[in-house]
Design a protein around this ligand. Structure first.
Ligand SMILES: [Zn+2]
Ligand SMILES: [Zn+2]
Length: 271
């Protein structure tokens, strides 16, 4: 594949059946989460113009299955450093124990504490704590070549600490999980509805719209709505809520709203 200049963001899959995205600079590329099978990740990478064998690292947000399902195989196949918090690592190992109680191992494990920046190649990465019912979950900002990209999915609400990390971004990948009314009347058992709606569950269209309307600096070129529920949301409801809140701040240069999906990769975003 031809080397390309500039920064590229590819959301390969997004939703409760698997999450996976790539941020690439001219020299470095990192995979964020490995929630679909290794085979499907490779297939989607190739269709987005990414060569799996030029990956520099894998970053994990948390241990829920829709973020780690393909990890063990991916890590073996591409043999690159895998970065996660200690809490995520312990929870991943416990969840993936084999029949004899043996913990799975990662060849090149890198543990980071939330809130401490690190670097992969020419990409500066800042992991930040998010409110979600996992062991030690994080979102990420990635900076390279003067571009800043943020990933904030799987969070019950947007605390002030997270809002601070979302300033000055060129691409915001944000959770727009459910429409509250669809969730309320939908098929989930009440206990699951309560979990999704809780402060450590998932972000609703309205909660994201509230952020856009009240506390967002408006500077991103692209806003990607991600982790949409297939049962409790509709892409046009998510888009409508976000676009209404962004209002006249949307134009060719700012706040173009894109929707990430489960079934197919989003067209790569070139910056
Ligand atoms: Zn989760
Ligand atoms: Zn998730």
């Amino acid at each position: 594949m031809l080397p390309r200049m500039g920064v590229c963001v590819s959301v390969l899959a997004s939703g409760s059946r698997g999450n996976c995205a790539i941020v690439r600079s001219a020299t470095t590329s990192v995979l964020i989460d490995a929630g679909i099978s290794c085979r499907e990740t490779f297939k989607r990478m190739k269709s987005s113009g990414d060569d799996p064998h030029t990956l520099s690292a894998i970053l994990l947000t948390h241990e829920h299955s829709d973020h780690i399902m393909g990890l063990a195989t991916m890590a073996k196949k591409v043999n690159v450093p895998v970065f996660m918090t200690a809490g995520t690592h312990h929870a991943w190992q416990r969840a993936m124990r084999d029949g004899e109680g043996q913990y799975p191992q990662i060849g090149k494990l890198e543990i980071f504490p939330a809130g401490h920046a690190f670097r992969v190649g020419d990409i500066d990465i800042m992991p930040f704590t998010i409110p979600h019912d996992a062991a030690d979950p994080v979102g990420f900002t990635l900076r390279t070549e003067g571009v800043k990209v943020a990933f904030a999915t799987d969070l019950g609400y947007i605390p002030v600490s997270v809002r601070d990390h979302l300033r000055g971004c060129d691409v915001l990948v944000m959770e727009s999980n459910h429409d509250l009314e669809m969730l309320r009347v939908g098929p989930y058992p009440w206990s699951v509805k309560q979990r999704v709606m809780s402060r450590v569950g998932h972000l609703s269209n309205d909660a994201l719209a509230e952020f856009f309307a009240s506390d967002y600096d408006g500077g991103a070129t692209y806003v990607v709505l991600a982790h949409l529920s297939e049962q409790n949301n509709h892409p046009e409801l998510a888009r409508g809520a976000a676009e209404k809140a962004l209002g006249n701040r949307q134009n060719l240069l700012h706040n173009r709203v894109l929707l990430a999906t489960q079934s197919a990769p989003l067209d790569p975003i070139q910056l």
